[in-house]
Write a protein that binds this ligand. Structure first.
Ligand SMILES: Cc1cc2nc3c(=O)[nH]c(=O)nc-3n(C[C@H](O)[C@H](O)[C@H](O)COP(=O)(O)OP(=O)(O)OC[C@H]3O[C@@H](n4cnc5c(N)ncnc54)[C@H](O)[C@@H]3O)c2cc1C
Length: 438
């Protein structure tokens, strides 16, 4: 049985890994020169840098189980889970999920705190109706307006800017204007029990471990996939190679918008639904430092009216020892949705300069400590949930499910963007393929 997988991110690797365990050995085509995609790590000298994903919330049970299964538990590190928001240069620090810290938190006034508690209790009362993976009619009713409209109409601009802004920047790489009330409420209800883990050896270690024993063809971008109806096979055309590869089964493990480009026989109706799923680009700038940069929180956020480019600055020493050479420092900036869009095609030097200028405006003379800066660009950073998206995803999943069982789909866009989702969809894709074989 010949199985081809497109993409060696966690979705493609997890599909391949499970298939291989069951005696089916797929070929995985990967456009880039490394595995893991948005869940990968780079090494510059002795610095280990997460190119994209960097946190594993305790709610990501499948991912945490996988870490155990791969024998990587010793690398798992619990972060302090602290988050700071800077307003006019003043830092407001909180441990996420700590009621004590919440009541002392000076970023919010008493009315804001009461409003937030009210919202939290409302979200809790909705329970499973806020399960975005299996939306009910009530969930769909909650996604009829954007969170920004909802908060302005019913609460205050302060909650929008100081709470919803950082939440969407951190969890969705986006902004409240592009996301619905349902998505906001589902994030709010989880904020009280929130342990955040990471991997001391970098997120990429998961990809490397899964890749062992798999046939991954690097630097091999797939250009098109066509069905050969007569033979019941699929023809895969790759860049720079005249060979047309033939497979009995195909797994698409690339961000959904790419499926539309690659799969020439995708029904028109499905193309139209998939095109409505909205992704934002995302950029990450890793900054190696001559000296440790010790203070502040694991995650640092800003108000968008003050800081345009930086969404979250992650201080990497909180990810455990072993990532940063002794006596040195490392910080990773994730850019705002707007800055990622505007700067995506600019040069590395230009992006670095803009980022360092803003870092200096928050932490004076930060840039005098810089050893190197490296920019990572993700054209499909994260899925956004404007009103109507959950409903579109339901019909899209149903339609994809009805396609011939010799094709399967993994990766994000099917649900929200996270390693957990890509992992689970990868495992499910392997089950679909196996069910067709048995
Ligand atoms: C900045 C950032 C921070 C994030 N933080 C977190 C976090 O803390 N926690 C979390 O859970 N999630 C986080 N995410 C989301 C998470 O990284 C992704 O949802 C997940 O890694 C996606 O995995 P994937 O395999 O579905 O897709 P990808 O990782 O995008 O993998 C797709 C692969 O397909 C390859 N490819 C594309 N086109 C082709 C082609 N034509 N032919 C062959 N190969 C192709 C790509 O090169 C890539 O390797 C973050 C994302 C970003 C960008």
């Amino acid at each position: 049985m010949r199985v081809g997988i497109i993409g060696a991110g966690i979705a493609g690797l997890s599909a391949g890994y499970r298939l291989a365990q069951q005696g089916v050995h797929p070929v995985i085509f990967e456009k880039g020169s490394f595995s893991g995609g948005r869940m990968s790590s780079d090494r510059i000298d002795d610095f280990i840098i997460d190119r994209g994903a960097y946190t594993i919330p305790e709610t990501h049970h499948h991912f945490l189980n996988l870490i155990k299964e791969l024998g990587l538990s010793a690398s798992l590190v619990e972060t302090p889970g602290t988050s700071s928001t800077f307003v006019s240069g003043e830092e407001h620090k909180i441990k996420i999920g700590s009621p004590m810290d919440f009541f002392k938190y000076r970023l919010l006034n008493l009315k804001n705190k009461k409003d937030l508690i009210k919202l939290f209790l409302y979200a809790k009362s909705l329970g499973e109706k806020l399960n975005l993976n299996a939306p009910t009619q009530k969930t769909l009713a909650l996604e009829k307006e954007t969170v920004s409209d909802y908060l302005i109409k019913n609460y205050s601009k302060e909650l929008l800017e100081k709470i919803a802004g950082p939440i969407f920047a951190d969890l969705y790489l986006g902004i409240p204007e592009d996301n619905s009330k349902a998505v906001f409420l589902s994030a709010i209800r989880n904020l009280t029990h929130f342990k955040i883990f990471t991997l001391n050896t970098g997120m990429g270690v998961v990809a490397q471990k899964m890749q062992e024993g798999l046939d991954v063809r690097f630097n091999t971008a797939v250009l098109s996939i066509r069905e050969n109806k007569q033979a019941g096979t699929y023809h895969v055309e790759v860049e720079g190679d005249p060979t047309i590869y033939e497979f009995d089964k195909i797994i698409f493990a690339v961000p959904l918008p790419l499926v539309v480009e690659l799969f020439k026989d995708l029904p028109e109706s499905l193309r139209n639904i998939i095109k409505k799923i909205h992704f934002t680009p995302s950029m990450v700038v890793a900054m190696g430092l001559k000296k440790p940069f010790d203070s502040h929180s694991f995650m640092n956020n800003f108000l968008r009216e003050e800081i345009r480019t930086l969404a979250t600055v992650v201080l990497d020493h909180f990810k455990g020892p072993g990532r940063i050479p002794k006596g040195k420092g490392l910080a990773t900036a994730i850019l705002t949705k707007n800055a990622s869009e505007d700067l995506f095609h600019k040069t590395e030097n230009k992006i670095t300069k803009i980022v360092l200028d803003e870092m200096d405006s928050v932490w004076p003379s930060f840039s005098s400590n810089i050893l190197f800066a490296r920019v990572y660009r993700w054209p499909f950073g994260g899925v956004q949930f404007p009103p109507g998206t959950l409903a579109q995803q339901v019909s899209m999943r149903e339609a994809l499910d009805k396609l011939d069982k010799s094709v399967a789909f993994a990766s994000d866009g099917l649900y929200r963007a996270s390693m957990e989702v890509s992992l689970r969809t990868g495992f499910k894709a392997s089950e679909r393929i196996m069910a067709g074989i048995e």
